[in-house]
Design a protein around this ligand. Structure first.
Ligand code: GAL
Length: 648
């Protein structure tokens, strides 16, 4: 794994560039990402291209021995462009045009904007695409950041109408699929179809799912246009996009198919503050980030690069406090090194810190960097040195290899569940993470796969959001010989977000004869106990099942819990996190997989024959290994990492 940094030469006098580059090298950095917000410096007025400074910056970085990743600048259209083409601006769900003055102010459906993007990307690729220092490209920056996938503009609505016509062929088919007889919502023709926004109360789930799919397709098209230009004009370079954390507003697998490497941006403390499922989690992991969240995303995004042998980069790593959460705590000393080694354990080719020098001005002035605004080192610099030394000590790492367990992540299924949530606290993403966390609490390494991945070789496959399930998927899973645990809501929709003709779990009934005859969502304070696996609590979601199969246990009110036949299991409730952990551990034992209970803040990840152990907790932990150690010791300090060979 290489170390990298995000750098903005356009923010600093060119006299500093050489010293910056040399300093980067001195702390172990070998890769620099630049340029992704620099449109107004690259083209300050229409047609007035200024690439010389960028070439000089790349020359300087390259001369210092750094590899350069160039971002296309399309996340920030400049003011002259916006003034000349106001129609490129996105429109919010409230019908208001989103204004100039921050970033990501564009509409994926604007054909004018796409043309302008093709223009700048072409020029940029011609200017620097054959530079020997340029090793890769990043397309745009964080598609969807600040809630920018969907736009409710006239251009988007026009494109949606065309999309619907291509999808449904006849308006009658669309009306049927969306259930438009209900509330008298039938559309007379495709030209009259609306975006699902601004209505008195909710729109049809099928309408919302169609809108999600359409908006996702717009991102794929937008990205593909840049990919086509870069492949042609800058051959031999890796193409990458930097995705975000906890984000499901488009089908990342579909975007990833056009790229070479999946990138993602990891802000463990920012995400915890913004997205933690519970207040107690928010406090408990305040200075470390949730111990499973970075890992979850590493595995998710490694799976995105599935078709490209799992290639993935950590493109932006939080180096200290961020600026954008409600509370912006400082990480514990040692965490940047730990986060970096966690990325290495999950197969990252690059761990790149955001940003190099903290900016004294503008929106992110309090966001930490490797350097302070005055140019002296921030705490992150020494952590990078330590990380670099650790990586050198470990030497070459084996390929990540295939884990024994796979969790299938289905963006389309996720969108269907979000379109028809049937409960305010039924977040399907949190539910998916609970299953992942339970596996990690048992010391397991997990692959997170797209639904079309091969399942051969896995002992256990979990379906956590496969709400739209095809017969073909069932057949592929069945043929793999893996044990499959399908969790609540699997197969609960047909392709248009309707309850399947044969009821949930739809196609799963081929292998498990059961029908879901009632579902309930419950307030957080309600627990429905069931006496099995040492005592479990259903929480937030439960289903009543009718089946000829015997339930493995029953709730107090007689509802069955957990059905299985052969290799197939159906779990008809969401479990509270501790119950989920117990349930998963019991299944692993049944499967003969070795379970290492990871208590406190201990977490494990295997890569090749090396085991990495991480201590995210507040106390020293005793490791399940006596040595020898390549890093760390049996009694692992807070925020420390140990590595050993499992065959040693
Ligand atoms: C990311 C973004 C960066 C920077 C960073 C701050 O979402 O890609 O440009 O804004 O957050 O944490």
């Amino acid at each position: 794994m290489k170390l990298g940094v995000c750098y903005y030469p356009e923010h600093w006098p060119r006299e500093r560039w050489r010293g910056d580059a040399e300093h980067m090298r001195s702390i172990g950095i070998t890769v620099v990402r630049i340029g992704e917000f620099a449109w107004s410096q690259l083209e300050p007025a229409q047609g007035d291209y200024r690439f010389a400074w960028l070439v000089e910056a790349i020359d300087t970085l390259h001369a210092a021995g750094l590899e350069v990743v160039v971002g296309t600048p399309t996340a920030c259209p400049p003011k002259w462009l916006v003034d000349q083409h106001p129609e490129i601006m996105p429109v919010g769900e409230d019908g208001r045009v989103r204004g100039f003055g921050s970033r990501r102010h564009y509409d994926f459906s604007s054909l004018r904007y796409r043309e302008l993007c093709r223009g700048i990307v072409t020029r940029l690729a011609d200017a620097v695409g054959s530079h020997p220092g340029v090793v890769a490209w990043q397309t745009d920056n964080e598609y969807g950041c600040h809630d920018t996938i969907a736009s409710y503009s006239p251009a988007a609505v026009a494109a949606f109408r065309q999309w619907c016509a291509a999808q449904y062929k006849t308006v009658d088919a669309l009306n049927t699929a969306w259930g438009n007889d209900f509330w008298s919502l039938n559309y007379p023709d495709f030209d009259s179809i609306e975006a699902p926004a601004g209505t008195v109360t909710e729109t049809s789930p099928a309408h919302r799912l169609a809108w999600w799919r359409f908006s996702s397709d717009q991102v794929v098209q937008f990205n593909r246009e840049q990919v086509g230009i870069l492949r042609e004009r800058s051959p031999g370079r890796d193409l990458m996009h930097n995705y975000m954390g906890n984000f499901t507003a488009f089908d990342h697998h579909a975007v990833a198919r056009d790229l070479d490497v999946a990138g993602w941006d990891n802000y463990p403390l920012g995400f915890l503050d913004r997205d933690a499922a519970t207040e107690s989690d928010r406090l408990r992991w305040l200075r470390t980030g949730h111990p499973d969240d970075s890992a979850f995303h590493h595995d998710l995004y490694r799976g995105l690069g599935h078709a490209q042998a799992g290639r993935w980069w950590l493109v932006e790593q939080q180096p200290g406090p961020v600026n954008w959460a409600a509370h912006n705590a400082a990480p514990l000393d040692g965490m940047l090194r730990l986060w970096g080694l966690e990325a290495a354990a999950h197969g990252a080719e690059l761990c790149s810190v955001f940003r190099y020098r903290q900016q004294p001005r503008a929106q992110e002035q309090f966001h930490a960097g490797v350097l302070l605004p005055d140019g002296s080192e921030a705490p992150a610099a020494d952590e990078l040195r330590a990380l670099d030394a650790n990586l050198k000590r470990l030497g070459a790492l084996d390929a990540t290899g295939q884990a024994p367990i796979a969790l299938v992540f289905d963006y389309d299924g996720q969108a269907a569940l979000e379109s028809a949530p049937q409960g305010a606290n039924a977040s399907p993403l949190d539910a998916a993470k609970d299953w992942y966390r339970a596996l990690r609490a048992a010391g397991q390494s997990v692959d997170i796969l797209p639904p079309d991945a091969p399942f051969e070789g896995y002992l256990l496959v979990l379906l956590v959001n496969s709400a739209v399930l095809s017969d073909a998927m069932i057949e592929r899973l069945d043929a793999s010989g893996a044990t499959v645990i399908a969790t609540a809501r699997t197969g609960s929709f047909d392709g248009d977000c309707a309850i399947p003709d044969n009821l949930a779990p739809g196609a799963l009934q081929r292998v498990l004869p059961l029908r879901v005859i009632q579902v309930e969502s419950l307030p957080d304070a309600v627990f429905e106990p069931v006496a099995c696996d040492g005592g479990l609590n259903a929480w937030r979601w439960r289903e009543r099942v009718d089946s000829e199969l015997p339930a493995r246990a029953r709730f107090a009110d007689g509802w069955g819990f957990h059905y299985c036949r052969g290799n197939w299991h159906y779990v008809n409730a969401r479990l509270d996190p501790e119950s989920c952990t117990r349930f998963v551990a019991a299944r692993l034992v049944e499967l003969g997989l070795p379970v290492t209970r990871c208590e406190g803040g201990l977490r494990l990840r295997q890569r090749g024959d090396r085991v990495f152990a991480f201590n995210y907790g507040p106390d020293v932990v005793e490791l399940p290994h006596d040595g020898p150690f390549e890093l760390g010791t049996k009694h692992l300090a807070v925020a420390d990492v140990a590595v050993w060979r499992c065959n040693a």
